[in-house]
Design a protein around this ligand. Sequence first.
Ligand code: GLU
Length: 294
Amino acid sequence: MDDNRKVVGRFAPSPSGRMHLGNVYAALMSWLYAKKQGGSWSIRIEDLDAMRCPRHFADEIIDDLRWLGLESDGEILYQSERAAVYLEYFNMLAAQGLIYDCFCSRADLRASSAPHSSDGTPIYPGTCRRLTPAQHAEMLKIRRPSQRVHVPDEESFFIDGNYGDQRCNLQRDCGDFVVRRADGVFAYQLAVTVDDALSGVTEVVRGCDLLPSAHLQIFLYKKLGFNPPRFRHLPLLTAPDGRRLSKRDSDTNMDYLRANYTPRQLIGIIMHRAGLCGAGEELTLDEAVGMIEI
Ligand code: GLU
């Protein structure tokens, strides 16, 4: 990316429940990296699936972040209100001949012997890309298609701020991916790329479960004529038994954390989990910014 751009960071939670320690860790780190570089930071609510994301979850997240001292510098965007914007960019991909209808259900994909990508999702074998016009017309009578973007048999490369060099072959390791679901809802990869690009985001700091997605997002950035941001993926916090934290763990959710700790204690806990300070320290946000190394 062009490094003269003013740093813009963001936190983009999916409001399907109360945040847990892992979400707050990602929020705090994205804020600290942006502020350390004199940048701005915004919140974007990723409620594409409006049915699963009632507004009160988003309100709680915003309130929890404010309690910690993290306020959005820009307007808070809600993805559920932005379908018209995503459509414009979807059409741009379609005009390049990159989009095709896919009639495969999740069950079809699970049943296929397609290899799986590093994040465990089956790599789409391109079945519907090869339908003849007659087969396509037949399928349209029985099922509403989702739409996939066709990725080339090409290497993708970027340097992650935390994990270093990242390479994959887009077709072999990722496969054609869904940009609009059969119910018409635009999919995560498209929405996140369009929103980050239009908000001028220069730094994406988030959990490493999304590391493989960065290749797909960089591909979309290029096809849509945008400049990709830097990516920094964070190790996922685990429970003492090694499990990934989940919104169901009651002793790490924000309800419990707010009842048992002050903001300064929680910032200290997160910085300690990130290996940036000793156990039991209490920190202000300014003190935590001082501990970040770029
Ligand atoms: N909404 C995603 C999540 O909560 C994060 C998306 C992103 O940071 O790119 O897992």
